[in-house]
Design a protein around this ligand. Structure first.
Ligand code: NAD
Ligand code: WQD
Length: 343
């Protein structure tokens, strides 16, 4: 580390949130090394990041479960901190392939942590999720809410990894561990050069909306209109991915300051229903989004939104982009890249 500039290993740095975070880190002056096996991302993203920041992106292709490669990486690079995005994230797939999720997410994290321990690297920021709260008893959600029962293996991997990291930090106070519980990241970099590029039919709402708007899919299915919410559709706390990325730069500062254990919600604090998001998208882009009401999706909850005052007070971070901006940026990305990176 030199003068606040950190050398950061970003696992999963070619992915949706990772790529935006690499941009934010480089723009803040940090040196970044991306480690990714590209199982859910494209190499093209690295060129796009270079176009945005004007800086080369150092990267190593590899799997976090490959201990030899991880050991070699830490032997050859002086890493101050790890931002750990790498993992599988598709909820329905995790129900069908639980072994793959526990192996990749939990096993992969244990492999990474062991390599870090061998190298004496004790700083880690982990991509957790609002899913660890399960179905919360009240709203908005603060970090001191008890963790709930996640509805699927994916969510359980996130909760387990949190517990592992909390135990490791408790056993050795030299560790600085920041758990960032993301709410619903959407949107894209304002350049339209990087964004969310799901493989196959999207699982999440915003990429589904943009693919309907661009004509790749005929219509959106709204999963349930009988929830206990003002218009009956599910309410979530959507956060612009660039705001989320800035949250990681703020967390890195906390790590540098020797924060010990820090757990933070990253959201906006605002709840938006499915129908409100469709309206906002249509207003921001002028595109119609045809939809039909369909049955509820198993495992979905009525409403989830964050209280983000802890991140504001302790990290000096707050989300600034509103829902219209999220929609406009998601649409700019989708229009410029109708088939994702591999067009
Ligand atoms: P993503 O799939 O776009 O990015 C994950 C990246 O990790 C991909 O580039 C993938 O190729 C890589 N990867 C996966 N397994 C790997 C392995 N074993 N070794 C090396 N690289 C591997 O997903 P994302 O949306 O950017 O999410 C990043 C992280 O944030 C994930 O851990 C996810 O669980 C978490 N998260 C995401 C959301 C969301 O809604 N997108 C919400 C909460 C938490
Ligand atoms: C949002 C709302 C749906 C698609 C998921 C994961 C969570 C976290 C973020 C990683 C809900 C509705 C959706 C569609 C719809 N990921 N919907 N039609 O479920 O809040 O969170 O991503 O950690 O763990 O579960 O996000 O975008 O899938 O759904 O009506 O085609 O949109 O029912 O109310 P979710 P989502």
């Amino acid at each position: 580390m030199r003068g606040g500039i950190m050398h950061v290993l970003v696992t999963g740095g070619a992915g949706y949130i990772g790529s935006h975070t690499v941009v934010a880190l480089q723009e803040a002056g940090h040196d970044v090394l991306v480690y990714d096996n590209f199982c859910n991302s494209s190499r093209i993203v690295l060129d796009r990041i270079e176009q945005i920041t004007g800086r080369i992106v150092d990267f190593i292709e590899g799997d976090i479960r490959d201990r030899q490669k991880m050991d070699a990486l830490f032997a050859e690079h002086d890493i101050d901190a790890v931002i750990h995005f790498a993992g599988l994230k598709a909820v329905a797939e995790s129900v069908e392939k639980p072994y793959e999720y526990y192996d990749n997410n939990v096993g992969g994290t244990l492999s990474l942590l062991d390599a870090m321990r061998t190298a004496g690297c004790t700083n880690i920021i982990f991509s957790s999720s609002a899913t660890v709260y399960g179905n919360p008893a009240k709203l908005p959600i603060t970090e001191d809410f008890p963790k709930g029962a996640p509805a699927n293996p994916y969510g359980r991997t996130k909760s387990m990894i949190e517990d592992i990291l909390i135990d490791i930090q408790a056993a050795d106070p030299a560790y600085n561990v920041v758990l960032l519980r993301y709410f619903n990241p959407i949107g894209a970099h304002e350049s339209g050069l990087i964004g969310e590029a799901p493989q196959g039919r999207p699982n999440n709402l915003m990429p589904y909306i943009t693919q309907v708007a661009v004509g790749a899919l005929p219509e959106l299915g709204v999963f349930g209109d009988d929830y206990d919410t003002p218009d009956g559709t599910g309410v979530r706390d959507y956060i612009h991915v660039v705001d989320l990325a800035r949250g990681h730069v703020a967390a890195l500062q906390a790590v540098e300051d020797g924060c010990g254990l820090g757990i933070y919600n990253l959201g906006t604090g605002n709840g938006t229903s499915v129908l409100e998001l469709i309206d906002a998208f249509e207003a921001a882009t002028g595109q119609k989004v045809p939809y039909t009401i369909q049955p509820r999706r198993p495992g979905d909850v009525d409403a989830l939104y964050a209280d983000c005052s802890k991140a504001q007070a302790e990290l000096g971070w707050t989300a600034v982009c509103d829902i219209e901006r999220m929609c406009a940026d998601a649409w700019r990305w989708q229009q410029a890249n109708p088939h994702g990176y591999e067009a």
